[in-house]
Design a protein around this ligand. Structure first.
Ligand SMILES: *Cc1c(COP(=O)(O)O)cnc(C)c1O
Length: 490
């Protein structure tokens, strides 16, 4: 399998690259994102055979199609090391932990059925662990082959940073430097990150806001000599290996919800950077029988606006709301370019022109109306996409309603998904909502909705009282660079 950039065109026909070559990278050199040259298609026989597989074996079968330059035995070992009941131990029962991403029926009205697929039973209680845990093992494997080191440098306001730290802790050849805004994360999230004892994890609390942290990361990344000398890498959501790790659970969800391949299912996905649902798009392009892919947003509705109108209008920081589903608070969706690439029939020059327009004019318009930048919007439904939006009040109502009717407590992001799923479910086609976090992570909103605390999985009861390790730093990119240089020289 070869990969090309979404912006490779007639003027810049970059040579295709292998999986291992792009594994440790973020953006392609031309500023685009990596995509497979073509999608592997699954056959009826394969799907039948896959119904009986464990999660780890299913992961191996799918990864093999994308990472064909890693020897089979090694890939199989990596899948089995990653997807174990011990890693996904925060499931409700030991039997659920065996399944890694257990599927439950939430509500059934006539032949309208809504299901929940649990993706948040990993170490940080959010779905990002599904991909990041694999990434940690893949990175360690690739670095040991090359006898190389990598220093992961990033900024976080919550879920991504902790997921990366738990995936990379104790890994040979890897250090993590994670910036977070000092005293601005929830007590739970702070404790999760800062209580890690591993010497390869560095928590840096910046005396500023999240945007200051991101600017410091950008300053270091734009300093190319520094970046090369210190072997700086990232683990953000555009990493291709993260996307394919997420493809696996769409297959698992489909295969668990159905008994034969002539049945279809739909998915509703609480979305921010379009990473999660992009994996659903890829699964569908691989011929998994998915009917609809429903994008659920919160008040930050950039994506809902596009899927309703064909207008993609990125927001300014001042127009980006801080909501009670904070992991979906985005102003532009970093993986969206992958879908647009397929929508414009893989015309890299066109993608380049559209995404350059974002920097110049704040967006693009594919509605086909006079003055628009194209008319591809009419093709969106062929890809199965629909969308909807949820607000703070919807979130509270949904958490309350689901708890009162079914005794199931869902987190605010998953509640956005359930709210939108109820508007899009169709007769005879199960609608699977992807659960993206456990309620314990967002207790303030649970209290507001239900007047009580979310239960905490075993081992998390007193996490705030554990000793914490972190260094406080002013908003100063030079100090940051010195900090890293000193620690990578050890
Ligand atoms: C990251 C995250 C999302 C959004 O996922 P994307 O891949 O960015 O669309 C939704 N919910 C939770 C809890 C998350 O951590």
């Amino acid at each position: 399998m070869q990969y090309i950039s979404t912006r490779a065109g007639k003027d810049s026909p970059a040579a295709p690259r292998s999986f291992s070559e792009i594994l440790l990278e973020g953006l392609a050199p031309d500023g685009g994102l990596y995509m497979p040259v073509d999608y592997p298609r699954v056959t009826d026989e394969e799907l039948n055979a896959w119904r009986k597989l464990s999660y780890a074996d299913l992961a191996y079968a799918i990864l093999k199609k994308f990472a064909d330059d890693i020897p089979d035995a090694d890939l199989k070992a990596l899948a089995h090391k990653t997807y174990t009941p011990q890693v996904y131990c925060n499931a409700r029962t030991p039997e659920d932990a065996q399944q890694i991403t257990p599927l439950y029926t939430l509500e059934e009205r006539g032949d309208h059925r809504i299901m929940l697929q649990a993706l948040s039973n990993g170490p940080t209680l959010a779905f990002k662990d599904m991909a990041m845990q694999l990434l940690g093992n893949l990175f360690e494997y690739a670095l040991s082959k090359q006898n190389a080191e990598l220093n992961i440098f990033g900024a976080t306001s919550g879920d991504t940073g902790s997921s990366a730290e738990y995936a990379m802790r104790g890994k040979k050849g890897i250090r993590v430097f994670m910036l977070s805004p000092h005293k601005k994360m929830s007590a739970f999230q702070t404790a999760q990150m800062f209580s890690l004892p591993d010497p390869n994890i560095f928590n840096i609390a910046v005396e500023g806001v999240f945007d200051d942290c991101q600017d410091m990361v950008k300053a270091a990344s734009n300093d190319l000599p520094f970046k090369a000398k210190q072997k700086i890498g990232t683990v953000n959501s555009i990493n291709w290996a993260r996307v394919i790790a997420q493809v696996i659970y769409y297959f698992r969800g489909y295969l668990t919800a159905t008994t034969s391949n002539d049945q279809k299912v739909s998915f509703t996905v609480p979305s921010g950077n379009f990473g999660n649902i992009c994996a659903g798009h890829i699964a569908r392009m691989m011929c998994l029988p998915i009917d609809r892919l429903v994008v659920a947003t919160n008040e930050n509705d950039v994506l809902d606006e596009f899927f309703r109108t064909g207008v993609y209008r990125v927001r300014k920081s001042a127009e980006t709301y801080h909501t009670s589903s904070p992991s979906m608070d985005i102003s532009k969706a970093s993986n969206f370019e992958r879908f647009i690439y397929d929508l414009v029939e893989r015309d890299g020059d066109r993608v380049e022109a559209l995404f350059t327009r974002i920097d110049l004019r704040g967006g693009f318009n594919l509605s086909g109306k006079t003055g628009s930048d194209g008319s591809e919007f009419f093709k969106v439904s062929r890809f199965g996409f629909e969308s909807g939006k949820s607000t703070h009040q919807d979130r509270l109502n949904t958490i309350r309603d689901v708890y009162q009717k079914y005794g199931v407590m869902i987190d605010p992001h998953t509640a956005d998904g359930v709210k939108v799923a109820r508007e899009h479910v169709r007769a005879g086609i199960p609608m699977i909502v992807l659960e993206t976090a456990l309620p314990a992570k967002f207790n303030e909103t649970i209290r507001e909705a239900l007047g009580m605390d979310a239960p905490r999985p075993a081992g998390f009861e007193n996490i705030e009282t554990l000793p914490q390790r972190f260094d406080v730093m002013p908003v100063d990119a030079e100090k940051m660079k010195q900090y890293i240089a000193k620690r990578t020289a050890l």
